[in-house]
Design a protein around this ligand. Structure first.
Ligand SMILES: [Zn+2]
Length: 264
């Protein structure tokens, strides 16, 4: 996969070796020991909000390992498989991949070429350790809010799973016959731990309307009896925990709205 230099006004192709990636203008980026490539620029590294923290990443990973998110993963896999394309031959970008659970699991099940990008170094490091980079698996740290470091029309599928969205960039890197799958927290997601849930589906469809047409829409919901440690992990894994009280064992709902789009 061709990577582009993230420096504003440059965006030239990066040449890679085992240690670093360099563009013709001399902008240079390190390959980490775990194998991901760090395309953050110095001012982005100093940012106060570099995405998920180590604690949030570890908490989310423990929840995945308990299997509570397995039905959500199945829902996403079914929606991708429902398309007409040759899924095994797909080239898939997960924009905002976090710890790589969804992309890494789907890639192992289905066997497509997997590319994950996220702004959080702890999250991408965890992804690279769990799903080692290789010919068909690549992990990048970059600020995808601004620029996805890939050439135009690189991917046949773009995933955005409870992540920040950049419709213009998603469209640019997606092939004309490709598909975009957006997963949003549904209104009842973690409702036991939040005061209210919002339905963001319609607004998201409007946000994407210039570049994409909605072709399928599904909701996948599951719930799990969690002990207090797992409830604490849920609280750690969401950005703004609503409760100050210590976690107690409870049944918790997990729910995603899945929106499948085609480019206009
Ligand atoms: Zn450059």
């Amino acid at each position: 996969m061709l990577l582009l230099c993230p420096v504003r006004g440059c965006h030239r192709a990066l040449t890679r070796d085992a240690r670093r990636a360099v563009c013709p203008q001399g902008h240079s980026f390190d390959v980490a020991r775990s194998g991901y490539i760090n395309l953050l620029q110095p001012q982005e590294r100093r940012s106060k909000h570099p995405g998920d923290t180590v604690a949030a990443v570890a908490a989310r990973r423990r929840l995945h390992d308990r299997g509570v998110t397995e039905p959500l993963l199945r829902g996403i896999a079914e929606m991708i498989a429902a398309g007409p394309s040759d899924v095994v031959g797909d080239v898939v970008l997960d924009a905002g991949c976090g710890d790589g659970f969804y992309l890494g699991s789907l890639a192992r099940q289905i066997g497509f070429d997997a590319h994950g990008v996220d702004i959080s170094i702890p999250a991408v490091d965890a992804a690279a350790k769990r799903y080692p980079p290789g010919e068909r698996m690549e992990w990048i740290v970059a600020n995808a809010d601004r620029f996805l470091p890939y050439a135009d029309r690189s991917f046949s599928i773009v995933l955005s799973i409870t992540a920040r969205m950049n419709a213009g960039e998603f469209r640019r890197v997606l092939r004309n016959d490709g598909r975009l799958l957006v997963a949003l927290a549904a209104p009842e997601d973690l409702i036991e731990l939040r005061r209210t849930g919002r339905d963001r589906g319609d607004r998201t469809v409007e946000t994407f309307a210039n570049d994409f047409t909605l072709v399928d829409r599904r909701r996948v919901t599951t719930s799990a009896d969690l002990d207090s440690a797992a409830v604490q992990d849920v609280l750690l894994s969401i950005y703004r925990p609503m409760r100050a009280r210590p976690a107690e064992a409870m049944r918790v709902t997990f729910s995603l709205d899945l929106l499948l789009f085609r480019p206009r």
